[in-house]
Design a protein around this ligand. Structure first.
Ligand code: GLS
Length: 837
């Protein structure tokens, strides 16, 4: 029919359709189209990776349409934008997640099926961007998903590391690290915005002078300038049009050749500069909860923060706003202290570059930033040696000193000269060497400070930030972490998702509280059976992966007892292994003893420089080697170390868990988020009263939670009373036996030296109270085994557990941040007249 469109318009409509249509036929055409015109291949010669790329570009087209609509809509009105500054984003693979959020997973599956392809194969081709270490980086990724899903205008800023978190391999039981070359096959999910770039100064010296108008001026002459180039990744919300931006900065040389050097024949010097500049975004520091104190790390932090602030100021000014009103356009969240140098950089930009008076600049700054603390561990609180800091950021040192001077002036009166309080609040630490306390800089420059679980926030107020709390209690609040149910249920556990939706509809995916409607099915025999069937199927699939990857055969009917997270002494993987040894000894002492079969699955990376953590990995593998093949065990116990724990592997492991190990020393785990994901996937938790475990237990009910161990308060009291771990060793024969076996080489081919450091640290120091909690843990594990014997009762507990996990959606966390800290509202994005799929 002639609808009166001219030729050009008709063409537009057709182009639009091919690149935006969501139906199976259009998707098929688009995939083939991209195979031709992006990959330059035709079906007969296309590889699986070619098809992955063709599908990825097909999905990307659909994202771009929503992205453009979002940007347009944000710029047309005046909306406050959330800016999330994070040195880490542990995104996980994009393809599956984007299909879920666009609501076209089934359609894509069908389209590929009709083309003789399989979606799972293509999904497995994607190399995940591992731009984070663990919980902190993954939280940032969940928050990006929730911000978009809640239709909140937001930009995530970070670093486009060329090499992300290392790949872990296990050789002879030891961790071996390999570089993560995640970009080796290209990255279809990002768009390089070469036109968006900023110059970043580093090092050099500062001069002050008075200009003709009598105004003090500052000139910072750097010894290096690097260029930050924007790489954007669209982040689409679940079944909404809102598509926000994750903008990651790549460092480059301002011009890749120093022609002067080149012309004079110094080729290596010319290339040198390029290398130095590119180094800044080259690699992610693989430390979780430890600081590294290296120059390059400070350069990374400053680099991404400065690019991001310059970018935000540009956006703000282009809207015709005054620089003094910056905080009306952006609410900037500091994800831990890694980006805290932003406070000094904001002051520098406002005072040195935009000519604001100090007090005006400080007003803008302190209305802009909010700070989230993610840990109480003292070794994670960032401190920079002042000389090192000055060598990288000479101007910022002056600014920090000025911030501190004014701040301490004010504080002195408030605390009535109390020297101890003044030095605890000071941003600059005194000692043989002076240093800068980044947490104090963050507190001084922010209007809000939050912890990440109720207990963590309370402990912050009582310990590390005590004096800050006394000074400004109104700044403090708690924002308990959450996880996105889109990636961690819909994508990773489609069978459970379908079962749940068959009973209560699909609303829970966006309103996780609605899971509570499952409670009424907890006694329905058919539902219980279906619930058990799904779990068994997930366990069978994981068993297959385990045998493929490690050659260890495990029994899907056994308890899948799972501890997956970074390896850290405070997380106490070694407590878990002491339990394994204890069960093993029971069998050896009485081969006929009744033992409920268990598969212990461990996974997690150790920081390459963290010796004890690497030793724990070796111990797990050594114990596994003996236990797994001892004929007396008769396969009733299996110990698996699943290598290279990352988002991809986590998605396969969580759905198969029966028991979730959350056994950190109370008071040490700020929140934990693996605890939430495992529980949401139907695992019951064995845990201490630590981090968000406390709130999980409150929600799921104490009868559905296996609690053991000292409380945070008891830990502190035990320590101040003079804790003697050796006493526990001497007085507990089972514990003594297990530790003796480790020391005397029972698990290490009679080598009695390997685990010496680990054992000595447990016997004579035991900072993390492993020995003090041992018996309580073993007793609690016995209750777990007893409970698991009644499969139906266990399934009932599992259902109730899931039904009561609604609070732990990152949507809830983000809503709290929006309402209580950022004061931002949602801005629904319309496309073809509607705002959602
Ligand atoms: C961490 C904490 O250790 C975790 O408990 C917390 O869940 C996470 C996100 O808030 O942040 N802090 C850190 O430095 N790494 C983490 O994973």
């Amino acid at each position: 029919q002639d609808k009166g469109l001219d030729k050009k318009e008709v063409q537009n409509v057709l182009v639009e359709d091919a690149r935006t249509g969501l139906d199976v036929e259009t998707l098929k055409k688009a995939i083939l189209n991209n195979l031709f015109y992006v990959q330059g291949k035709y079906p007969e010669i296309a590889t699986r990776n070619d098809y992955y790329m063709a599908l990825a570009y097909t999905v990307r087209d659909r994202l771009l349409q929503r992205w453009v609509a979002s940007v347009k809509q944000y710029l047309e009105g005046k909306h406050r934008i959330v800016s999330y500054l994070s040195a880490e984003y542990l995104l996980g693979p994009h393809l599956g997640n984007n299909l879920v959020n666009l609501g076209i997973y089934k359609e894509a599956e069908q389209a590929l099926h009709e083309m003789g392809l399989n979606l799972d194969w293509l999904i497995e081709k994607e190399i995940e961007p591992g731009l984070g270490n663990g919980g902190l980086g993954r939280l940032a990724a969940c928050y990006m998903d929730s911000l978009a899903t809640l239709e909140v205008p937001a930009i995530g800023y970070g670093i486009r590391y060329q090499f992300g978190i290392f790949e872990q391999d296990i050789r002879d039981g030891w961790q071996v690290e390999d570089t993560d070359n995640w970009l080796r096959r290209g990255n279809p999910w990002e768009i390089a915005r070469r036109e968006i770039s900023y110059d970043i100064k580093l090092g050099g010296y500062v001069q002050h002078y008075m200009d003709r108008d009598g105004k003090f001026r500052t000139i910072w002459t750097p010894d290096l300038i690097v260029k930050g180039v924007a790489y954007d990744t669209p982040i689409v919300g679940y079944k909404v049009n809102t598509t926000n931006t994750l903008r990651l900065w790549k460092s480059e040389a301002p011009n890749s050749f120093d022609f002067q050097s080149f012309n004079s024949g110094d080729y290596s010097n010319a290339v040198n500069q390029k290398i130095i500049c590119e180094n800044i975004s080259k690699v992610l520091y693989p430390n979780d909860e430890t600081r590294s104190g290296k120059v390059l790390r400070l350069q990374q932090q400053y680099f991404f923060v400065s690019c991001s602030l310059q970018d935000m100021i540009g956006i703000h000014l282009r809207q015709g706003e005054r620089i003094e009103d910056f905080q009306t356009t952006f609410a900037v969240q500091l994800n831990d202290t890694h980006p805290a140098v932003a406070i000094a950089e904001m002051m520098r930009l406002l005072v040195d570059e935009y000519d604001l008076e100090w007090v005006d600049a400080w007003r803008v700054t302190t209305r802009t930033f909010a700070y989230t603390n993610h840990t109480l561990l003292p070794e994670a609180l960032e401190k920079w040696d002042m000389e090192l800091f000055a060598s990288v950021l000479p101007r910022h040192l002056e600014i920090i000193q000025e911030i501190n001077r004014r701040f301490l002036d004010e504080v002195t009166v408030r605390v009535y000269g109390d020297q101890e309080k003044i030095s605890s609040l000071s941003i600059i630490g005194e000692g043989p060497r002076r240093y800068i306390k980044m947490a104090n800089l963050a507190c001084a420059g922010s209007f809000a400070i939050n912890g990440v679980a109720a207990l963590h926030t309370e402990l912050l107020k009582q310990t590390v930030l005590k004096d800050w709390y006394a000074l400004s209690p109104e700044k403090f609040s708690n924002k308990t972490n959450g996880v996105t149910p889109r990636r961690w249920m819909v994508l990773s556990n489609p069978k459970l998702t379908e079962l749940i939706s068959s009973k209560i509809g699909e609303n829970w995916i966006k309103h996780l509280d609605e899971l509570k409607n499952l409670e009424k099915f907890a006694d329905d025999p058919e539902f219980l059976q279906q619930w058990m069937d799904v779990k068994l199927e997930m366990k069978t699939q994981l068993a297959q992966r385990i045998v493929n990857r490690t050659n260890i055969k495990v029994d899907p009917e056994s308890i899948f007892d799972i501890q997956v997270k970074r390896i850290h002494e405070y997380k106490r993987q070694h407590l878990n292994i002491l339990h394994v040894i204890t069960l093993y000894n029971r069998i050896k002492q009485n081969p006929e003893a009744e033992i409920v079969p268990r598969t212990f699955v461990f996974a997690g990376k150790a920081a390459p420089g963290y010796k004890q953590a690497k030793l724990i990995i070796k111990l797990i593998n050594s114990v596994g080697e003996i236990v797994n093949k001892d004929p007396d065990v008769k396969g009733r116990l299996k110990v698996v170390f699943y290598p290279n724990y990352n988002v991809t592997n986590a998605q396969k492991i969580y759905p198969a868990a029966d028991l979730s190990e959350q056994i950190s020393t109370a008071g040490k785990e700020a929140s934990g988020t693996g605890n939430m994901k495992l529980s949401l996937n139907g695992a019951l938790t064995i845990g201490t009263l630590d981090g968000a475990n406390v709130e999980i237990r409150e929600c799921v009910g104490e009868e559905n939670f296996f609690l053991f161990g000292l409380t945070a308060e008891e830990v502190e009291n035990t320590k101040s009373d003079g804790y003697n771990p050796f006493h526990f060793y001497e007085n507990n024969p089972n514990l003594k036996l297990a530790l003796d076996q480790i020391s005397n080489g029972y698990f290490s081919h009679l080598d009695d030296t390997i685990f010496k450091d680990l054992i000595n640290s447990l016997l004579y120091d035991d900072q993390f109270m492993v020995l003090a909690d041992y018996q309580s843990y073993v007793d609690c594990q016995d209750q777990v085994a007893e409970a698991f014997k009644d499969k139906v009762k266990w399934a009932r507990m599992s259902i109730l557990n899931v039904a009561r996990m609604g609070k732990f959606s990152s949507d809830r966390s983000i809503r709290e941040y929006c309402d209580e800290i950022w004061k931002v509202k949602s801005v629904p994005v319309t496309l073809n007249g509607t705002s959602s799929k």
